[in-house]
Design a protein around this ligand. Structure first.
Ligand SMILES: [Zn+2]
Length: 316
């Protein structure tokens, strides 16, 4: 390769949005990972049995959901029978329309209500993103507690671990392959985001997930790993609690506490500006707000923009 071609390659690679791809993690169990896992770049999962297929989460934009559909079709012509929404956020749910109504969309009863309330609101946060056609396709099949789907010989246990990242969170556990799809209860190389959920609930949920003893963990955002991802997410959340406790004791606003905080080991995490919004949740919880209860989202987002010096970047 000549220097010229290497340079033009690096230019074209940096100007083209990275696309997700499907990787087989264990027999019949695949992960769809979208680098770099930042805002709206979520992961999805595919469990393929002899006669039934389950997709866990979709993608944010029409183009990304089509990409996911193409990748799924490569493995399962005809697409999945079930689509699970781990929680209501648009990056995990707006691609439902690429699979439903042929596929049955499954979610926690509370996630359906949250999705209905949120609508396509995420598109207004980042108007510059080419969202394409992302019709709101609400879950058809809802449950509370836990439910097991069966994909041939593979059980897909949908376990309600919320409130955690939001008021209602479901993980998908495939015990026969020891693979756990966590949704946004777990993050990998990406700053956890708990504005819509709870820190204490997230820590409790992480304990529940640890007890499953998964060999492979597919986080909601960022690279696939093992149970060290649960520990890393927990470490950030406990650090967040300490920053909040110090801030409250000293009478600082969440923004002031964020601005003063030394990110330390967490500095390399993608989208570090989430600290400012996370502190709003941490402060509210210290003030007695129940886990997952509604909070003033616009003010928290405003503080995140102020902390960051610009709006958070969504590369969807
Ligand atoms: Zn989320």
């Amino acid at each position: 390769m000549t220097l010229d071609s290497a340079q033009s390659m690096s230019v074209s690679m940096s100007t083209v949005a990275p696309h997700g791809s499907l990787t087989e993690l264990a027999d019949g169990v695949h992960a769809f990972v979208q680098p770099d896992g930042g805002w709206c770049l979520n992961n999805a999962g595919l469990i393929v049995g002899a006669d039934r297929t389950v997709l866990v989460d979709t993608a944010a934009t029409e183009a990304r959901a089509r990409r996911l559909r193409d990748e799924v079709e490569r493995v399962v012509p005809g697409g999945p029978d079930f689509v699970v929404n781990t929680h209501f956020h648009g990056d995990h749910t707006l691609g439902n329309g690429q699979f439903a109504p042929k596929a049955v969309v499954v979610a926690h009863e509370g996630t359906r209500a949250d999705s209905e309330e949120a609508g396509l609101g995420v598109c207004d946060i980042w108007p510059e993103v080419r969202w394409g056609e992302t019709p709101l396709m609400l879950p058809d099949l809802t449950f509370e507690g836990s439910m097991t789907l069966r994909a041939g010989g593979l059980r897909v246990e949908l376990i309600d671990v919320g409130p955690a990242h939001t008021a209602h969170d479901v993980v998908a556990w495939v015990p026969e392959r020891s693979v756990l799809f966590t949704g946004d209860v777990v993050w990998s190389g990406v700053t956890p985001f708990v504005l819509f959920g709870t820190i204490t609930g997230s820590l409790r949920a992480l304990d529940e997930l640890r007890a499953l003893g998964a060999r492979t963990v597919v986080p909601g955002h960022g690279p696939v790993g093992g149970t060290e991802l649960l520990d890393a997410t927990g470490a950030y959340l406990r650090w967040l609690q300490r920053i909040a406790e110090d801030g409250v004791r000293e009478g600082l606003t969440p923004l002031a506490a964020a601005s003063r905080a030394d990110l330390g080991a967490f500095a390399p995490l993608v989208d570090s500006e989430r600290l400012a919004a996370n502190l709003h949740r941490a402060y509210a919880e210290l003030d007695g707000l129940p886990p997952g209860a509604p909070i003033d989202v616009p003010t928290a987002f405003g503080d995140m923009v102020a902390y960051h010096g610009r709006p958070p970047a969504c590369h969807a």
